[in-house]
Design a protein around this ligand. Sequence first.
Ligand code: PEP
Ligand code: MG
Length: 563
Amino acid sequence: MTDSTEPTSTTTVYGTPVVPGVAYAPAAWTRRPPMPPATAPELPEDQREGAVADFDAATKAVADGLFKRASEAEGHVAEVLTVTASLATDRAWKREATGRIRKGTPAVQATMAATEKFIVLFEKAGGLMEERTTDLRDVRDRVIAHLQGQPEPGIPLADHPVVLLADDLSPADTAGLRPELYVAIATQVGGPTSHTSIIARQLGIPCIVAARELDEIPDGAPVLVDAHRGTLTLGVDEAGALQAVAEDAERLKVIRQWHGPAHTADGVPVQLLANVQDGAGAAAAAEGEAEGVGLFRTELLFLNTPVEPSVDSQAESYEPVFAAFPSSKVVVRTLDAGSDKPVPFATLSEEFNPALGVRGIRTTGHNEKLLIHQLDAIAEAAKLQPGTDVWVMAPMVSTIPEAEWFSGLVRERGLKAGIMIEVPSAVILIDQFLEAVDFVSIGTNDLTQYTMAADRMSPHLAEYTDPWQPAVLALIARTAAEGRKQSKPVGVCGEAAADPVLACVLTGMGITSLSMATNAIPPVGAELSQVTMAQCEAAAAAVRGSRDAGAARERARKALGLA
Ligand code: PEP
Ligand code: MG
């Protein structure tokens, strides 16, 4: 028997949570406009130059619009809009389209064909390039709208709070969202590291990606989004849903009031550090609650640098990061060039499988001097900031000789030497690796990618590239246990550290520091402040033997007393 006022049944759609939060509102679907036909009658010769001019004007209008929005935005939103705007001015893409127009293809169809060609190229390149296909499709649709005299496509303005649903969202669409109207986002594709996720994180909008069955949620239906668990539920009791939203608002209040240094509810300190890529980022981290830097991604300074900078000039780039933390720890990672982070002077141009190729410490197999110069520069910068406790680690280490060689070079320069744990081989032989170095830091993004054999940038593999995968958790636990045995620090600096619930599990496993984006520190610190060390240990024990990532999450939440 069912009461007519009670919901008869609920339907739940599962995805990968990327920005935590709870929301309840009607679903609002947004879909890309239908594509014009791929072919059209050939343009007469005397109209072709005019069509090229129209195409140029359309791309310029799109780029100008996006650059203007970028100049009005901040942080990651501005960066992402600039990347999309730059695609609209990309010479090779424009050359491809105008070449086709000059051969008689109408501008709309030439835009579509040129974009298709670049999408194939980007997908082949994989990694970050593949993620940019969403941006390129967005530019295409905007240019076509201009050519057809239509307004640029975008998300229709909501006049009441909605849960925004889409197959995929372009970063340009996401960047303009107002959190009070778009109370949650869910997409059918997209990965945790996609631009859309990054922007949702900055805007603080709860977000779920890779929700394969999202089509089951009809437009307008009230939906409860739990972006802690990655669920969207239809047919829930409204009072219960509103209560869940109110409880989440309380959680946010605790986060806003939280100040470091972090410790558990029973006072056990947990070191929370920042991931940075330059002096400005380090200064922002120092203003916030970070106790130091747990990952300084040096390669990001050089993504557009054609030739290797001199030792002095490198030292000048590193020193502001040390200066931001004049009496704390800064863990510098040597160049992780290659794969999704090509550094022009250090990366091989042709590789079939770049993620399995010459990246990280392996680049030194081709040019050992790169590492020597970088270590000299780090040591030079460290001398200028004698109060900073400089630790240096190498990425992608997979053999003991690499670790021994690297730590020898670092120690010769009077610095602490470590390696990142990103490859399963490093966990398999963790006892020997730890003997060779002073500390290790687990890069869960790559450790997950290599353990699960799943490209971390693929928008189709979010279920696999989830650090809650039990196999990944087992490797982390093993590394932490060996660190304890040898009394050596074991940090985590991948995205896993930024997940407040997982951070409690990692703490319970015996991880000694957690490093994350600066704005992820308060949610993690606040969550740790609510649980005891015994609960963290119980959560670490509870996840053992889970059959999948979802079960591990649920077990941990239960052990931590979270609903
Ligand atoms: C990681 O792999 O988890 C990591 C921190 O390194 P990156 O994300 O820069 O590859
Ligand atoms: Mg890595």
